[in-house]
Design a protein around this ligand. Structure first.
Ligand code: AMP
Length: 468
């Protein structure tokens, strides 16, 4: 099947052609025709499947006719995070380049003035995070009565972040006569309820089993016995592999993101960080540095990294196994995008055993264990001695299944986005002095022995931008 078979306009086909994409992905092939026929849609698809274009493309053609009015957007796309909202906006720019549609982005963390100005002129497409939209709505700056098209994207993530009451309220402000598209990687009960209440005779399209992982991603578990500095050693060794061109490293805590990035930089890696404590301009700047290749490693927390669409991420590392098994699917979905292949490593120390168990239960897959856990050399040479010596491949290519260790108690402190609607899992994860204990577990002496240079040769990507 080609894009031309989907009923899209010539201008749109030209814009798609410019991107180099020749064939629609399954979600695009299944969703675009019914959306063009004005059907409501439930799209069960994870990120990485091309789902953004599956609603952006038909929306552009639908909105091509008609005019916007002041403060009355014609369509609304709700996204859980600013980064994801910005990415959808980029999609509109890419595919809408031969159309004259106006767009506004309404996201927290940036000055409201320009957003309000754009809205006052009238926009065809409003892309918003629920919090900022409710804020502006409350101030009477925006009317949703002209909004004939609504997209609720990443609905399960909205649920996780406590946005469902906001979304319900927003839905009641839109005209009843509208087209609604809802996308979600999974369909938990509250999302089904939301769909039942606000969608009209929707067509359900499912392109991948909920929580199934992308077959283009090779997954490994890296068992680590000891405390965090052992994880760091193993991580540095894996990052030294030739094939690691670009990597996103996920951590469960913001403090870990900061500490790990600092440690990697001290070891001469070209890394940056993105987490929920950073303001929006700082996050965007850091993301740009990664996209431009100024840094090739991005250390990230879940919420900040949600939906990041950075092309060609060769590797994903889960420095911590995520507490929520569906986050695993989202995290590793940063690689292996658009048909490319990718590799995901998940470090499993004593605190991660229960999490990896839950992940394997959810995905129905046993993840191969790296047989010989890689180690960066214990005696590390001063950085200036690093030279072009090639590093031995450290990860054993032949996976071996390890017997399961007994699951220890998880000390989980989720220090990410606000959650008004806490799930049972969250309640189960109430902090039990975890942060304090984390400090205890990472004694100064361990950190000190973790310091120093890299004893192996310099990976290719470090030949540029090394800081001494
Ligand atoms: P998404 O699931 O929307 O986040 O998209 C995942 C990635 O697939 C993005 O990098 C898109 O640019 C890319 N993509 C979207 N549509 C196609 C297509 N038809 N063929 C190849 N890649 C695509």
């Amino acid at each position: 099947m080609s894009f031309a078979d989907l009923g899209l306009s010539d201008e749109l086909l030209r814009a798609v052609g410019d991107t180099g994409y020749t064939e629609p992905t399954p979600i695009q092939a299944s969703a675009i025709p019914p959306v063009l026929m004005m059907r409501d849609i439930i799209g069960i698809a994870q990120t990485g499947t091309g789902k953004t274009a599956s609603f952006v493309l038909p929306m552009i053609d639908i909105l091509a006719h008609g005019r916007s009015r002041a403060r009355m957007p014609r369509s609304l796309i709700l996204e859980p995070t600013r980064e994801l909202a910005a990415q959808v906006a980029e999609n509109f720019e890419t595919y809408g380049k031969y159309h004259k549609l106006s767009m506004a982005l309404l996201i927290g963390g940036v000055q409201m003035g320009d957003q309000v100005k754009a809205l006052e002129k009238g926009v065809d497409v409003l892309i918003a995070t629920p919090g900022r939209l409710m804020d502006l709505f409350g101030r009477g700056k925006i009317l949703l009565t002209g909004c004939s098209m609504l997209v609720i994207d990443e609905a399960d993530r909205m649920l996780d972040m406590g946005f469902i009451p906001d979304i319900e309220e927003i839905c009641t402000k839109l005209p009843a006569q509208r087209q609604t598209l809802l996308f979600s990687a999974t369909m938990p009960a509250p999302i089904k309820k939301l769909a039942d209440r606000f969608l009209n005779n929707p067509k359900t399209i499912e392109v991948a089993r909920p929580a199934s992982t992308n077959i283009n991603i090779t997954q490994w578990v890296v068992p680590v016995k000891g405390p965090s500095f052992e994880k760091r050693k193993a991580l540095r060794a894996l990052l030294g592999q030739e094939e690691v061109r670009t990597a996103i490293i996920f951590c469960n805590r913001k403090t870990t993101v900061r500490e790990l990035n600092k440690s990697l930089r001290e070891h001469g890696f070209s890394s940056g960080e993105i987490h929920g404590d950073m303001d929006q301009p700082a996050r965007v700047a850091e993301l740009e540095r990664f996209k431009k290749g100024d840094v090739n490693i991005l250390v990230a927390s879940d919420v900040a990294a949600r939906g990041l669409d950075v092309k060609g991420v060769s590797h994903v590392f889960n420095y911590d196994a995520p507490w929520h098994p569906d986050d695993y699917v989202h995290r590793i979905g940063r690689t292996g995008r658009g048909g490319a292949t990718g590799v995901a490593y998940t470090f499993v120390g004593p605190d991660d055993v229960e999490n990896i168990d839950n992940i394997e239960k959810l995905t129905g897959q046993k993840i191969a264990r790296v047989a010989d856990v890689p180690e960066a050399p214990a005696e590390e040479a001063p950085r200036r001695e690093r030279s072009g010596r090639r590093r031995e491949r450290v990860a054993d290519a032949s996976p071996r299944t390890e017997p399961r260790a007994e699951a220890p108690q998880v000390d989980a402190v989720r220090d990410e986005a606000p959650r008004r609607e806490r799930t049972r899992r969250d309640r189960d994860e109430r902090p039990r002095g975890g942060r304090e204990r984390e400090r205890e577990r990472a004694p100064v002496v361990a950190e000190a022995s973790d310091d120093g240079g890299w004893n192996g040769p310099v990976p290719d990507f470090l030949n540029v931008g090394l800081r001494y």
